[in-house]
Every structure is written in C-alpha cells, then in structure tokens.
Design a protein around this ligand. Structure first.
Ligand code: PMP
Length: 357
C-alpha cells in the first residue's frame, strides 16, 4: 500500500524487515527483545545506542538531557507547565492549530497562560502574523508543525532574551535539521517520523531542571525521569528499540540534510499539482506556512472528496481522508513515505481532475 497515514504512519520497510529478522532471537540472547529485562545489559545497550544516535543526528550537546517517556506528546501538555512554570508565573503560547490549542487548554488548568499569537480567526491556515511576547514568561511554547491543519513553521519564533523556547515537534521531528541550541525543551511523539506509537522523546536543557518544584508525582517529574535515565519504571522497550532502528536507517540515508531535501521534493510534487489545478484543488495552508509533512487540501465539494478517497484507496493509496476539523484531504509525507508513493498520488490527482474537473 501507499501509506499516507498521519500517525501512526509509514515506517521504512528495511526497519520492519530488520525487526522481523531479529524478533525471535535478539543479538544472540536466545530470546526476543519483547521478553527481556529492561535492566539487562542487552537492553541497556539498545537504550544507550538509541540516545547516542539521536544526539549525533540532531547535534544534541552535552548540556541537554534526552528522555524516552510514555503518555504521548499529550502528556507533555500538562507535564511541561507543572515542571517549568513557577507559581504565579505566566507562560506564552503561540497557537496555529489543534495541538497548540490542546497544549494551552491543559496548561490553563494548572496556572497562567498568555496566547502570544493565534491564527484561529483564519481557521489555522498559517502561522500567526502578529505575535506579542511577554519578556517575563516562564517559556514560549509553539507547535512546529500542526499535523491536522498542515501548517509548519519554516523558521522558529524568537523568544525574548532569557525566555526558553519550547516546541511540540511531534510531526516534523527528524524531518529536517534543527538548531537544538535555540531550544530549552523539545518533545515529540515518535509515531510519525521516529518510530511506532508508545514513546515520546523529550530533549531538555539541563539548567531548566532547577525549576522543577518538589512534590510532583514521580512519573510527572522531569528530574526523576532524568535521574532514572528514562527507566524510573519499565520503559516502552520495544518502541525505543524501533526508534533506534529508524535512527540507524536515517543515518544510513545520509542524515537530516538528505532527508530534508527528499521531503521538500515530495511535498513540492503535491503542491505543484494543487497550484496548477486552476482552483480544482485548494490548499488549506497559505504560502509560507505550507507543511512538508502534511499537505491539506479541499476539492470543489464533499462529494468529490469522498469519491477521491474511495478511488485512491482502490488504487492502493490509504490514509488520505482529512481530519474532520479541516475536511477535505490530507496526505502525510513523512520520512518513510517513498518518493514513488508521492509520484503515484500526484499522478492520480492529475488524472482525477481530468475526469472530474
Ligand atoms: N502534537 C502534535 C503536533 C500531534 O500531531 C499529535 C498527534 N497527532 C499530538 C501532539 C498528540 O500526540 P499523542 O497522541 O502522542 O499524545
């Protein structure tokens, strides 16, 4: 199948084959990685390699800690303000879609939030044009790629001096190079570019741990997670192992510069069909905010949208139905989606317009 799912999403075939090949006897241990202690030397080596490969690929310096947590990116919506916002302090959020909205909602339950910029009035079709930042904010939070609206930041917002930049990078993590030193904390659910569902990567600058208040439930405390090396309790071993395989695959491909240029090429193929369709296809995201990961578009009516999804499925293309809040179609073009799948979709789009335009 040509897999355009938004997440969980396509994984590299080589990675799946490797996991299959070593499922029954992991590295000569005589057992599956699914069956062994997370405290074993064998699993500890998997954990260490995974962290080292992530650091190498993204250029994560020693002043940052890397965590592999559970609870999804959604748990970070609450964990983040609990740990990094001091009592009475306000945090700034820039909102350009559903996930940023969800992050604000949880942060508000626990303390003060300011929306520093929002594109809600245009149904989140772009990154906000006007942003007013609070120099006293605990941090500035934004969502680098809004998965549902298909809106992506092409360069990060700049926080006032001394205000750490925090990013929900779930759906464009590892899709292009990022300057880690600009961030206080990055989090990303793995199930788009980094691996299967079940593990969330958190990269945080160590000095921020000073802010963590006492008395937090242990699993929600970054300090506890750092001290335990993400193994305060049983970690999601298999998901972490799969992330490790994906990272090795990415290194083999040539790293983030190479994958970024592939991703750009794939996205441009679809946007070109939209732009040359004379209005038959209408992109949701405005120029300058278009996502390379999730292309969102509408057709002239819902009837045609339904037909498109059905016929595409008949030709082996799945996952193209848009999220109900935007409607239309969404093609997710993550790292592991092959160029050939995207070419097939672009051709199908042109053909569909010829038949129905
Ligand atoms: N943030 C973004 C940008 C997402 O795309 C998603 C999931 N699609 C989430 C947060 C929530 O992630 P999870 O399901 O891992 O909690």
């Amino acid at each position: 199948m040509h897999n355009f799912n938004a997440g969980p999403a396509a994984l590299p075939l080589e990675v799946l084959e490797q996991a299959q090949g070593e499922l029954l006897d992991f590295r000569g241990s005589g057992m599956s990685i699914l069956e062994m202690s997370h405290r074993s030397k064998t699993f500890e080596a998997v954990m260490a390699e995974t962290e080292a490969d992530l650091r190498e690929l993204l250029g994560v310096g020693a002043e940052y800690k890397v965590l592999f947590l559970q609870g999804g990116a959604s748990l970070q919506f609450g964990m983040l303000p609990m740990n990094l916002r001091r009592t009475g302090q306000s945090a700034d959020y820039i909102v350009n879609g559903t996930w940023g909205t969800a992050a604000v909602k949880d942060a508000r339950k626990l303390g003060k939030v300011r929306v520093a910029g929002s594109s809600e009035s245009t149904n989140f079709d772009r990154v906000p044009e006007t942003i007013e930042l609070d120099p006293g904010a605990a941090y500035l939070h934004y969502t680098s790629n809004e998965t549902i609206h298909g809106v992506e930041w092409w360069s990060e917002p700049e926080p006032p001096a001394g205000v750490p930049l925090i990013c929900d990078m779930s759906s464009d993590f590892l899709s292009w190079p990022v300057e880690i030193s600009k961030y206080g904390l990055i989090y990303a659910g793995a199930q788009k570019n980094a691996g299967p569902a079940g593990v969330t990567v958190v990269i945080l600058r160590e000095d921020l741990l000073e802010r963590v208040p006492g008395g937090l439930p242990v699993m929600l405390d970054y300090k506890v997670q750092v001290a335990g090396g993400s193994m305060h309790n049983t970690p999601p071993c298999f998901a972490i192992y799969m992330v490790g395989l994906v990272l090795k695959w990415l290194k083999g491909v040539g790293g983030l510069e190479v994958i970024a240029s592939r991703n750009q090429h794939k996205a441009e193929l679809i946007y070109r069909v939209i732009d040359e369709s004379g209005g038959f296809y209408r992109g949701h995201a405005q120029q300058g905010s278009r996502s390379w990961m999730n292309v969102t578009l509408r057709l002239p009516n819902e009837d045609l949208e339904e037909q498109f999804v059905k016929q595409a499925e008949g030709e082996g293309m799945v996952g193209l139905k848009g999220h109900r809040s935007v409607g239309g179609l969404r093609a997710s073009l993550y790292n592991a989606v092959p160029l050939e799948s995207v070419q097939t979709l672009a051709q199908f789009m042109a053909e569909f317009q010829r038949r129905n335009g």
